[in-house]
Design a protein around this ligand. Structure first.
Ligand code: ADP
Ligand code: MG
Length: 709
């Protein structure tokens, strides 16, 4: 094999069959780097070589010997093909049996020396044999530990159809032996932490001689990711501090006037967050800030006041929401709170274009017309969805970009809104309760403001895990509240019922799927049988945007009593009169998601309830659901979830947009500060000039893997 670089595409390596390339693509493995960083999910220890006489039934073991008999035949019903070989180690012999691999008949040759690794089975006559073991020929010049698939600690990988761990090992090993490896971590760090250098680390993680080696290697790889992450963040900070931005003044008197025009007083942490934001955007350098706060903590109004500051300075603000429903709701909020603002507030989504020019002056408009109004600077605040980042939208006076529920947007979208002469201030808002240490790592390029309390008028939401036998009682409870004028959500994990394919397997996972509640059937049941006198509607992502918006509007206007929905309402939706949140098959949702659902209620003056339904009796499920019931705020729940599941799982389900490897890296929390100081040390030596070309390339590659925002 010729020498190979990390960036080499697997297709450019001769000898990998196209069907394997296809299978690798399914695992998202395209380059040599991807392959070498596809770490084993576990190992099987076949390193000890037994004598045949020592074998015991049920054991996983390796033997070494010579093949002296090979036979192949169909079973009597001709459904299986069986290949059998007898192997001797000079003293004893044992049979090995392979099913449905007829080609083995010609591969396993009399007289060949092999390693056999696998489970020792026993037949009805009490004879030991290997069933479908791994085997590997031993060549005369090789030592036993050079084996790849047997007689060693064998790596087991995440597999895919048509690509087994054996296949992966078979392709990976020669590449690993021949790849050009250049160390890119600073020498001082390697020394200080006692990390193995890159080549030995790759060896240790794929083909360890001892399991202990894999731990040190994994720590090194975790550090790699954290180091690249910290370096990326630190450079981003440094870069932005040199960019210029429009400075947004906001005289204290104006500020006071706007705040006093609101129907409520800001909470202390809202006021504090607002101070931080206004102070940032008054500077001639771009702000890069994350505003974190529980669902319902009132982030919108804080962003809104900042947008007003920009508007009064004759600058523009773009506010992006992840869904049309949310964009519409923000628009309504702005109209309500800033009703006498005549600087132009617009809504722009895939299906809607509206302009509001102050009290009573609102109209629907053609998109093209709205585009030109924005371009002419006649609109100060544009609220919308992805529609905002189309080429046709140009904001010549853009000072501030606000992105709600930020992880749904990519870096490209943000870049698309950037102006050439000045970088806009950037405010990202998230209800995802990431514990502070993790937030500082993941979003280390951002400053963080946190809203830690809910508005004082909020009552605690009464949360209960409901057992199946109490279902009818729960329905009666809902009916009572709806008749008093309140509204309810019913959330289901699926849109339509789950099917079993004809002849399909009825395994535990399938059964669990069949049990999952779906919007379509629940809607039928609730509207026809349970609440025939009430107004019930459904909402899910398969509805057309117009239908969705009209259902949502009818619900906001109180014309719908019960809304049966999938998780499309997960983020943001605000209907203060909705006081009951009922979640079906609650075990199917992550804690953070359940917490978000719960935040849909408890937004008005009435007592609210969250009812978590589950058919599952598992103790783990009960524990998780009760954690939601107990949680006082999102950060508290985050800590709990973190404890129950570890950072990888926890963060995985709330989609921070981070790559898996960086998630795994966070499982080594002690490495975080070390990575940060190593990155700082390196940059202090002289900014980007001190980065080797190799490290610069690494950073470029790393950035491509991360699409946070
Ligand atoms: P989130 O942080 O989840 O985006 P919102 O901005 O949607 O929360 O606010 C939730 C509700 O609370 C809205 O109806 C909003 O008008 C209201 N609200 C915001 N701040 C306060 C406050 N300080 N006092 C009372 N209600 C508030
Ligand atoms: Mg919100």
């Amino acid at each position: 094999m010729a020498s190979i670089a990390f960036e080499t595409a697997l297709e450019d390596i001769s000898g990998i069959a196209p069907r394997y390339l296809t299978a690798f693509k399914r695992l998202n493995i395209k380059t040599v780097r991807d392959l070498l960083y596809h770490f084993p999910s576990r190992y099987e220890d076949y390193s000890h070589v037994y004598r045949i006489a020592e074998l015991e039934p049920g054991q996983d073991a390796t033997i070494q010997g010579e093949i002296y008999e090979v036979t192949g035949r169909k079973t009597w019903r001709r459904t299986y093909y069986v290949t059998e070989a007898v192997i001797t180690d000079g003293e004893d012999s044992i049979r090995a049996v392979w099913w449905n691999q007829p080609y083995l008949r010609n591969t396993l040759r009399h007289g060949a020396r092999v390693n056999i690794s696998g489970k020792v089975s026993v037949n009805e006559r009490g004879e030991l044999f290997f069933s479908n073991p791994a085997f590997e020929f031993i060549h005369a010049h090789e030592e036993a530990h050079d084996a790849t698939h047997t007689a060693r600690i064998v790596p087991i990988y995440r597999e895919t159809h048509g690509l087994t761990s054996k296949g992966i090992r078979y392709i990976l090993r020669p590449i690993l032996e021949n790849v050009d490896v250049e160390e890119f971590l600073p020498e001082a760090v390697l020394e200080r932490e006692g990390f193995p250098t890159l080549r030995p680390a790759l060896h240790a993680v794929h083909f360890p001689d001892e399991l202990a080696e894999t731990e040190a290697a994994k720590r090194r790889f975790a550090f790699e990711d954290l180091f690249l992450l910290e370096l990326t963040n630190a450079r981003e900070r440094a870069r932005l501090s040199k960019e210029s931005a429009l400075s947004v003044p906001f005289p204290a008197a104006r500020r006071k006037k706007i705040i006093s025009s609101l129907p409520f007083a800001l909470t202390d942490s809202q006021a504090h967050a607002l101070d931080e934001i206004l102070e940032d955007i008054a500077k001639p350098h771009p702000m890069n800030r994350l505003l974190q706060g529980d669902v319902g903590s009132g982030k919108t109004i804080v962003a809104g006041i900042a947008a007003m500051a920009a508007g009064e300075a004759k600058y523009q603000t773009a506010i992006m929401a992840p869904t049309e429903i949310l964009a519409y709701q923000h628009y309504e909020t702005f109209k309500k709170f800033f009703s006498d603002f005549a600087g132009g507030i617009a809504l722009l989504t895939g299906s809607a274009a509206r302009i509001f020019l102050g009290e009573g002056l609102e109209r629907e408009t053609k998109k093209a017309e709205l585009h030109s109004a924005i371009r002419a600077g006649r609109i100060s605040i544009v609220i919308g969805t992805h529609a905002l980042i189309e080429k046709k939208v140009t904001l010549p006076h853009l000072a501030l970009v606000v992105i709600d529920e930020q992880h749904r947007f990519g870096v490209e979208q943000r870049a698309a809104l950037m102006r050439e002469d000045a970088v806009p201030h950037f405010l990202s808002m998230s209800a995802t309760p990431i514990p502070r240490t993790l937030a500082l790592t993941i979003f280390g390029n951002l400053n963080v403001s946190q809203i830690t309390e809910l508005p004082k008028d909020r009552k605690e939401i009464i949360t209960k895990v409901v057992a199946p036998e109490n279902r009818l009682k729960a329905y009666a409870f809902i009916k009572e509240f709806v008749e008093k004028g309140r509204q309810a959500f019913v959330i289901c994990p699926r849109i339509i019922p789950s099917n079993i394919e004809p002849g399909g397997m009825l395994d535990a996972a399938t059964l669990a799927r069949l049990d999952m509640k779906n919007v379509t059937e629940e809607y039928e049941k609730l509207s026809k049988k349970i609440f025939p006198d009430l107004s019930v509607a459904m909402l899910h992502r398969k509805l057309k945007p117009k239908e969705k918006a009209s259902v949502m509007k009818a619900f906001s206007d109180g014309k719908i009593d019960i809304l049966v929905s999938t998780s499309v309402i997960e983020v943001g939706v605000d209907v203060p009169n909705a006081t009951i949140m009922m979640v079906e098959s609650a075990e199917r949702f992550g804690l953070a998601q359940l917490y978000q659902f719960r935040g849909r209620v408890g937004r008005g003056a009435h007592q609210s309830f969250c009812l978590l339904f589950t058919e599952s009796t598992s103790e783990a499920t009960q524990k998780r659901l009760e954690a939601v019931a107990r949680a006082k705020n999102g950060f508290e729940l985050a800590e709990e979830d973190l404890k129950l599941r570890g950072p990888g799982e926890f963060l995985g389900t709330i989609q921070t947009g981070m790559p898996d490897i960086a998630m795994k890296a966070l499982q080594h929390p002690t490495l975080i500060p070390k990575a940060r100081s190593a990155a700082g040390e390196l940059l202090k030596k002289g900014g980007d000039y001190c980065l080797s070309p190799l490290l610069q390339n690494k950073l470029v590659a790393f950035k491509k893997q991360i699409h946070w925002e």
